[in-house]
Design a protein around this ligand. Structure first.
Ligand SMILES: Cc1cc2nc3c(=O)[nH]c(=O)nc-3n(C[C@H](O)[C@H](O)[C@H](O)COP(=O)(O)OP(=O)(O)OC[C@H]3O[C@@H](n4cnc5c(N)ncnc54)[C@H](O)[C@@H]3O)c2cc1C
Length: 383
């Protein structure tokens, strides 16, 4: 028997949970389907999330969901004040960024709880497959669903995006350790650029406490040239001239892997009764790899449009336009900037020169994908 339902959301990450909560609050009948047995776990994220006022200046036209502005303290592991960028030569520049480091396991479960409280059915340990207008569910809940609308919030290898005919864009491949007993700067989230240690990407240290951090490397496969990700991360931890001094001798408590979309928005965010949000839609800032904020904003928009569509107030086709209005420009710019930086990433000499030429303020603008602001500052006379 095929069960009819108004809205099926595939994937209970930040995008899917936000979409499910938003649509359910507006009266839609929603099922939220997640293949993981425990929503939010295993974690595949560094957890870095700028404070709400920083996010609002990053994506000024976006309406941030309340769950992105006011995160319960129990979901926040740590706070940082600075972002510090290291060039391949080991020179650093820093600028103020108020950051929260969230516990993704607790945060995703909090978001799923909100969706449940709004009236969504939550189906964990359940995998969805999509054929001919029917969602086949297997695992804890085995069923056939015929939804009026599907929101694909199923991450970087989205089956819904594939069903819509979107080509799989370029992705960053990431490996991250949670490390303890290390001597880090707990105030600073750090990024390290180097063709040697992180070809075509960067390595990071995201503090989780005084002597605890997520330490990772994210690269693009086309830059690897036969090198292996675990070797790169181990070398970064043990041998990097700056980071090695802080990390060497630390203990690895957890190992996480994951993919990050790196080529910006999918061509189609909506086709027929299918919508995409979050990583499934390529909603990740290409300059930083940060995807939580855009995923939640897109999830909110998807939930609103779907609910309005069900009450005949809005066409589903408007979804893509609404997303573009709220953060399309910033997302596109982040891809443009990344493409420019790609040229410099081919050689440490060029990368050193680029990072040396930028002031900390300009660097902050570039990280925020604000090209005109960065160039505007560059034109100002010195002194
Ligand atoms: C190593 C690493 C570090 C990162 N660090 C940061 C960071 O510090 N800050 C930041 O902002 N972003 C970071 N990101 C990116 C961030 O994790 C993502 O952008 C964010 O999780 C996107 O949310 P989402 O809801 O779109 O997708 P996801 O969080 O990936 O959720 C998708 C969900 O869909 C489920 N799913 C997939 N297929 C199916 C299926 N067929 N049936 C049922 N369920 C399915 C998955 O199990 C998953 O739970 C990082 C990514 C990686 C890999």
């Amino acid at each position: 028997m095929i069960e009819e339902i108004q809205v099926a959301v595939v994937g209970a990450g930040p995008a899917g949970c936000t979409a499910a909560e938003t649509a359910a609050l507006r009266g839609a009948e929603v099922a939220l389907i997640e293949r993981k047995s425990e929503i939010g776990s295993p974690v595949q994220c560094g957890g870095f999330l700028p404070e709400a006022h920083e996010l609002q200046s990053l994506i000024p036209r976006a309406r941030l969901p309340q769950t992105l502005r006011d995160i319960p303290e129990r979901c926040i592991l740590h706070r940082t004040r600075l972002q510090r960028i290291y060039s391949p030569s080991g020179e650093s520049k820093e600028f103020p960024v108020a950051g929260r480091v969230v516990d993704r396991r607790a945060f995703d479960r909090f978001l799923a709880y909100r969706a449940a409280r709004a009236g969504a059915r939550i189906l964990p340990a359940t995998r969805a497959a999509w054929t001919d207008g029917v969602l086949q569910l297997s695992g804890r809940f085995s069923a056939l669903l015929r939804p009026q609308i599907v929101i694909g919030a199923d991450g970087p290898l989205s089956i819904i995006s594939r069903a819509m005919g979107n080509p799989g864009g370029e992705r960053g491949i990431c490996l991250e350790y949670e490390m303890a007993d290390i001597e880090i700067d707990p105030d600073a989230a750090e990024m390290y650029f180097s063709a040697d240690y992180a070809p075509g990407g960067y390595a990071w240290i995201i503090p989780l406490g005084e002597d605890l951090a997520n330490v990772g490397v994210g690269v693009r496969a086309s830059y690897l040239a036969g090198r292996k990700l675990p070797d790169l991360l181990d070398r970064f931890v043990c041998e990097h001239p700056v980071a090695g001094k802080m990390l060497r001798g630390g203990e690895v408590l957890a190992v996480m892997r994951g993919l990050v979309p790196a080529s910006g928005s999918a061509r189609n965010l909506q086709k027929d009764n299918l919508l995409l949000a979050g990583d499934a839609a390529g909603h990740v800032m290409a300059t930083s790899g940060g995807g939580i904020p855009l995923a939640m904003v897109a999830g909110r928009i998807a939930g609103e449009v779907v609910a309005a569509h069900l009450s005949s107030e809005q066409a589903l086709q408007e979804y893509q336009l609404c997303v573009r209005e709220e953060f399309g420009m910033e997302l596109d710019r982040s891809v443009q900037i990344r493409k420019m930086v790609d040229m410099a990433m081919k050689s440490d000499r060029l990368m050193n020169a680029l990072l040396a030429a930028l002031s900390p303020d300009q660097m902050k603008s570039v990280m925020r994908a604000q090209i005109p602001a960065a160039l505007g500052i560059a034109r100002e006379p010195k002194g």
